[in-house]
Every structure is written in C-alpha cells, then in structure tokens.
Design a binder for this molecule. Structure first.
Ligand SMILES: [Zn+2]
Ligand SMILES: [Zn+2]
Length: 259
C-alpha cells in the first residue's frame, strides 16, 4: 500500500538518468557491470577463467563473497539513493540481482538456489550503529536483507549489534580503518552454523570480516557475505557487460525467478 502511494508521489524512473524505466533504462544498463562467472570461486571476481582464489579476495574470516554489480556508474547511484533517500522499492529491485549473484555461482558447499535450497543458512546484516540508524531512520543493509528474505524465504535473524560508531571510512587509511573496526561488533544471539551476511557495498571487506570474526567467535562455522555492489581495481572481462541478457523480465531472468 505504502509502496503504491510512493510510486504515485515518486514515479519509478531510471536511477541512473531519470528516464522512465525502472531501475535502469537501456542506456544505463550498458554502463552497469554485472559480476558474473567465470571468475574467482571464493569472491566471485569475474575473470576470463575460473580460479579458486584471487588477489581481490576479502580477508580470511569470510568463507566467500558474492556481489551483483561493480560499484560504479548507475549501480553506485542506486546505492547512494538507497542510503540517503531510503526507498524500500530500491531494495526490492536489487534483491533479485543479489539472489542471482549467489544462484549462478553458488559458493562451494552452499547450494543457494530459490526457496528451500539454502539448507540451514541464515541471513543477517552488517548493522549500523544506533546513532547513525537514528539519524537516517533506517539501516540500508537491514532493508536489503529483509527484501532478500521476502524474495527467497531464507531464514533471517538479527545476530549482530554495532557497539562503536566509526567515523566515515573515507577519512582513514586502511590500517587505521582496521584498528577502528576492532571490537566494533558484538553478537546478540547464538549464530547458526552457516551465516550469510548482507551489506550494500563491499570495498576492502574489512567491515564484513570483522562481523564474520565475531560470528565465528560466537559459534558460527562458516560466514559468507552477499552485497549489492563491490568496488574492484582493474578491468573486468567483456562477459560482465551483456545488458540485454540480464535485464529483469528477460528470458534469462524469467527462468531464474519462475517458481
Ligand atoms: Zn538511465
Ligand atoms: Zn577472489
């Protein structure tokens, strides 16, 4: 109901350029890099051939990572909007792509398909601190996590609390960032064996790794991270730019999401 009202007040336009297509128009799709296999089996970084690990792999506490898009261009715009204008419909638009990122190259030992296929894995999110959440009114990672839960039916559980508010990360060196993160998260419930940590963006992976380390301390056995976008250095193979075959509603997408 609220979404319907919002659609009248804020019609769903391309988040890249404002053209009347949601979430991206055909022109903007050509600037979106979808991170698709073959590539690194651990972190999903696209490469010309499959490898088991790569230089862009996140820190060791994370068993695996998957992200839908390169954090650049229209994909970056859409996440800035999720962060600062809070439309839940943005999370609903991103959730199918996040599911696709794990479903088309499932992490080893994690059969992550549609409903029921996620075995005992539980979704949780990288939480904002209390003050930041209050300022913003919501937690964008939690909003994404709940959208994925609604789409897949995978179990969802709040497992972490952020105990220290760290200043904007852009201000710090990688070393300072790591120190500032130490002890930043506390577990609030006994975690299951397999946890899928959800966040909006993966950069160095330091934040997600800190969450994973806390979950492992609290008793989890394996933690992977799933984000809507990821920053990567260096070029991506051409197979990441095939917009026609990847648009939701295309034949490929319909097959993926039909139940
Ligand atoms: Zn556009
Ligand atoms: Zn990798």
């Amino acid at each position: 109901m609220l979404d319907a009202v919002l659609d009248v007040l804020y019609p769903r336009k391309c988040v890249g350029c404002g053209a009347p297509r949601w979430p991206f128009c055909a022109r903007c799709w050509t600037d979106v890099a979808a991170l698709s296999p073959p590539g690194c089996e651990r972190c999903g970084r696209p490469l010309e051939t499959a490898v088991s690990t790569c230089r862009d792999c996140p820190p060791g506490a994370l068993r695996w990572s998957r992200s839908s898009f390169l954090y650049a261009g229209p994909a970056r715009h859409v996440l800035m909007r999720l962060k600062f204008s809070g439309m839940r419909s943005i999370a609903e638009a991103l959730a199918p792509w996040m599911l696709q990122a794990v479903a088309r190259s499932p992490p080893r030992g994690w059969p992550m398909g549609l409903r029921g296929d996620s075995s005992q894995a539980v979704l949780t999110w990288v939480p904002l601190g209390r003050r930041r959440k209050r300022e913003r009114g919501y937690d964008q990672a939690e909003v994404l996590c709940r959208a994925l839960h609604r789409l897949t039916g995978w179990r969802l559980q709040r497992l972490l609390r952020r105990v220290t508010e760290t200043p904007p990360q852009a201000m710090r060196s990688a070393r300072d960032r790591k120190l500032a993160l130490r002890g930043a998260f506390r577990s609030v419930a006994a975690p299951p064996y397999k946890v899928v940590l959800v966040d909006d963006v993966l950069t160095t992976g330091a934040t997600a790794a800190e969450c994973a380390a806390e979950l492992l301390r609290a008793g989890a056995g394996e933690v992977g991270v799933l984000t809507a976008a990821r920053s990567l250095g260096g070029p991506l193979p051409a197979h990441c730019y095939t917009p026609a075959g990847l648009q939701p509603g295309s034949v490929v997408a319909r097959e993926m999401f039909s139940r």
